[in-house]
Write a protein that binds this ligand. Structure first.
Ligand SMILES: [Ca+2]
Ligand SMILES: [Ca+2]
Ligand SMILES: [Ca+2]
Length: 360
């Protein structure tokens, strides 16, 4: 019955220490009587079942047993502390009509002989209700009436809650204590404004992005949860951790912010070399060979259907990366040579006959 009281204790502190605290709660004599302690157990138990459970209980180092009420004061004390009828420790199951306390310091002591017309041995206490015990149908177990504090004998088939007594013959401590361990939990700051992240390029780590503008309910700083990651190009929601300056009293808080990752710029180390074409042929007929870029991909004429004039002209070449999701396309120029066209001969010229004159 004291456990719930201990569990109800709450604790708060302004101390920065998070070491677990032990609290000792010591109660006075109100719940004890003569150095003994009493515990009501609710439920429906046979006397024998209640006895077994009571014997299995301990309290503050004291062993339990069904209560032996050995004085008017003890009997009155119990009456004020319980709210329902209960089993107590008396029984005449051993010898009919010989009522003994069965367990605890008074185990084996006879406190009553006979039925309701019987008597207590000299110096012994009993408080039977009028007409009890009557052994009506073999009643061998003592019941305590909460309303009157009187006792009645009941049969083995009856079911009641029971009263456990904890005590010894030797003078017992007058107080008991219970300890509850409290773990001190840190407070959680509130993120007022999440920080914004400067855009980065694909291939850069998240840690390369500068965080700015965040604020929280306490002083502290924001940082990416995974600064070494290199996110894909595009816009992603990524975790940012707020770490309070006073991290002994405040928890870290994780929030998610939007981060823009631009495509990486492709560099062209060596532009491709075009093969010559003839006048009238489109650029697409010129093969682009030997170009080197910083990432895999391919070169192609920007306007392959164009037919340039004869001579050497600069023409646009587009490099398209294989990974277009994360890398930009790049346009460069290359000098292509266009040779003059050879005219085609459709009809050969004819020659006029001339006269042959022999020499004289
Ligand atoms: Ca007692
Ligand atoms: Ca009996
Ligand atoms: Ca009876």
């Amino acid at each position: 019955m004291y456990q719930s009281a201990l569990r109800a204790v709450t604790f708060s502190t302004t101390s920065a220490s998070t070491v677990a605290r032990g609290f000792k709660v010591t109660l006075g004599s109100a719940i004890s009587f003569g150095g003994h302690y009493y515990e009501y157990v609710s439920g429906s138990y046979s006397w024998a079942g209640a006895r077994t459970l009571a014997l299995g209980k301990t309290f503050n180092g004291l062993s339990g047993y069904l209560a032996n009420l050995t004085s008017a004061d003890e009997n009155s004390f119990v009456k004020t502390k319980i709210g329902t009828d209960v089993w107590i420790g008396g029984s005449d199951e051993g010898t009919e009509g010989v009522w003994k306390w069965m367990d605890g310091p008074e185990a084996g002591i006879t406190f009553w002989n006979g039925l309701s017309t019987g008597s207590a041995p000299s110096g012994k206490y009993a408080n039977w209700n009028a007409g009890e015990p009557n052994d009506a149908g073999n009643e061998d177990y003592a019941q305590f009436y909460v309303n009157t504090g009187k006792w009645n004998d009941l049969p083995s088939g009856s079911r009641l809650g029971f009263l456990v007594e904890y005590g010894t013959d030797t003078p017992a401590i007058q107080t008991f204590s219970g300890t509850r361990i409290f773990s001190v939990t840190k407070a959680t700051p509130t993120i007022i404004v999440a920080p914004t992240a400067a855009p980065i390029n694909y291939g850069q780590t998240l840690g390369s992005s500068t965080l700015s503008g965040g604020s929280a309910s306490v002083a502290g700083s924001f940082a990416f949860a995974n600064p070494s990651t290199t996110p894909a190009a595009g816009t992603s929601n990524l975790n940012v951790i707020f770490t309070p300056t006073d991290n002994t009293r405040y928890e870290t808080v994780t929030t998610s912010i939007s981060v823009t990752v631009n495509k990486a710029t492709t560099t062209i180390a060596t532009p491709p070399t075009p093969t010559p074409i003839g006048y009238g042929q489109p650029l697409g007929s010129s093969t682009l060979g030997g170009g080197i870029a910083s990432v895999p991909g391919s070169f192609a004429w920007t306007t392959p259907s164009t037919s340039p004039n004869a001579g050497t002209t600069s023409q646009g070449v587009t490099f398209t990366p294989s990974d277009t999701a994360n890398y930009n396309t790049v346009t460069r120029s290359a000098n292509v040579t266009v040779n003059k066209a050879m005219p085609s001969i459709t009809t050969a010229p004819t020659a006029t006959p001339i006269a042959f004159q022999s020499p004289n």
